[in-house]
Design a protein around this ligand. Sequence first.
Ligand code: GLY
Ligand code: MN
Ligand code: MN
Length: 362
Amino acid sequence: MHKGKDPNKFYQQRQSLLRLELSRRRIKAFLVTEIKNIRYLTGFRGSTALLLVTDRELFFITDFRYKEQCMREVKGCSIIIPKGSLLTATKMLLKKMRFKTLAFEKDASFRIYDTLRKDFTLKPLDAVVEKLRQKKDKEEIKSIIKAVQRAENAFVKVKKHIRVGVTERTIALRLEEAIKREGAYQIPFDVIVASGENSALPHARPTDRKLRPGDLLIIDWGAEADGYFSDITRTFLLRGKNTEKKREIYRIVLEANRMAIKAVKPGLRAKDIDSIAREFIKDSGYGDFFGHGTGHGVGLDIHESPRLSFLGKDILEDGMVFTIEPGIYLPGTGGVRIEDMVYLEKGKPRVITRLGRRLEIL
Ligand code: GLY
Ligand code: MN
Ligand code: MN
């Protein structure tokens, strides 16, 4: 086998890591219901399926709409396409194999739980596949880098049109179109374009407000490649008067971003990175104006673990990809956020976003 050339290899690897974890927990049957987890384990890109992982075999269960698609996409599973409900078919299959106990994903719906509890002793598992997904393999890194490039290429095209008088909505629309023109099938989240006083809202929606001289302008956007996402924020200043305070908060946020990235290393708690950015902003006098976490994992979901917040329990490990995105938001004045994506590679942080971070005056 050519190393790195066989896409099946990555799915085999993910499946065996899951099996290992299940056997460590003495689990013989596990029902995966989260569609992104199913995609991660099998390669299936559709929207409806169940995956039953037993100690002997993987069963991929979907409906007739996906018959052709799953033959092409799904790796390492026996495919089952029942006539009726997927869940009923799964139940029958488990009974046929004489399973009495079944592990399931804690985030499964109540409907699933309610259907299964009559027939099996159920054991909830919290974030088992999500935990595997934290550490990206080479194939995933390639896709994430592609998603970053698409986002950045799209932005460079749209940036030329940013000037006083243009509305937030116009910029957002142009950017969303450009992201898709770069090849993304999806926009991971509605593009955020927030100017002037609106930029003090961390997750503002684009409005018809026209850019004015002296505005801070936050743009937060991402793209997709092979199902993987990217997430970037840049803040600009529009040429104008009385911008000293705005420049000051920019300098502080940029320094917080740099310090947090520099500190990234395996073995650290994700929340320690958050503290580094947070303490710096606090010591600079703006502690009350940074209300969100410092970052989050990015992959098949735009927000996944590790969580770089004071709540985050995760430990940083090689292979993780996450954002570093400190911000300061001053009501009435405006806000600054600088968001980069970092790949923890061989013990060191590698910043995979390439756009500059120095304050640009537009
Ligand atoms: N765009 C959402 C975030 O930065 O987390
Ligand atoms: Mn983010
Ligand atoms: Mn973002």
